[in-house]
Design a protein around this ligand. Structure first.
Ligand SMILES: [Zn+2]
Ligand SMILES: [Zn+2]
Length: 224
């Protein structure tokens, strides 16, 4: 419905972005400017390093998942149905809009807003904002990007320092992040497991040392 490519492609690019942030192997390398990291990377040919390093990213867990395989196989049809037809049809059904209005606003308008909301994480949240956890990386905490995303990926300095925290957000927003609560619920009914999160002490310690943290010092999951 989001129309942001299939799960496999999204996750592979995202893993590459975290591993090689701000290098030529980063699919939306923010060192190439705001426009490139926002949308330009989807309009141009991939840098050769993205393809070379992309092959070194282990995505076997994704390919072993039948849901991911199913969605990848039928993605073009699902994309047309869920991203274009369904929002248009629902707008017409619920609000009684004409087909044209339903398509322009309910479908295209919605798609444009949701795409830019996501893209601002790659552009604005890598350029503007605070770096309370690691001053040596480009990713920043940006409230303007975080709030439209329900207090999640816009806390991007935190997210790049603790990419394995399933809750993503910090600064006291953990408890207001509906997606973390959704994952908690899935864990309760057995659909999610091995949830990882740093202790409050570790977060405080990393924050106190923000100015001297090495890039990606906390990439490896810590169990608590
Ligand atoms: Zn991420
Ligand atoms: Zn990032």
């Amino acid at each position: 419905m989001a129309g942001q490519n299939d799960l496999y492609t999204w996750c592979r690019d995202h893993r590459l972005h975290h591993k090689y942030s701000e290098t030529d192997a980063d699919p939306h390398n923010s060192n190439r400017g705001f426009f490139f990291s926002h949308v330009g990377w989807l309009l141009t040919k991939k840098h050769p390093d993205v393809i070379i390093k992309g092959k070194t990213i282990d995505c076997s867990d994704l390919l072993n998942d039948p849901v991911v395989r199913f969605q990848r196989k039928y993605y073009p049809w699902m994309f047309l149905f869920f991203c274009f037809f369904l929002p248009t049809y629902l707008c017409r059904l619920i609000f009684g809009n004409s087909w044209k209005d339903a398509f322009m606003v309910g479908c295209f308008g919605r798609y444009i807003v949701s795409l830019h909301t996501t893209w601002f994480v790659n552009s604005a949240a890598h350029m503007f904002g605070d770096r309370p956890f690691n001053e040596k990386i480009a990713a920043r905490d940006n409230l303007g990007v975080a709030l439209p995303l329900w207090a999640t990926e816009g806390f991007h300095n935190y997210h790049h320092v603790f990419p394995w925290d399933y809750r993503i957000s910090e600064m006291g927003f953990h408890n207001y992040n509906p997606f973390a609560r959704l994952i908690d619920f899935f864990a309760k009914i057995g659909l999610a497991c091995d949830l990882k999160r740093p202790s409050d002490e570790l977060i405080a310690k990393v924050k106190a040392n923000a100015h001297k943290e090495k890039p990606h010092a906390y990439d490896e999951p810590h169990e608590f």
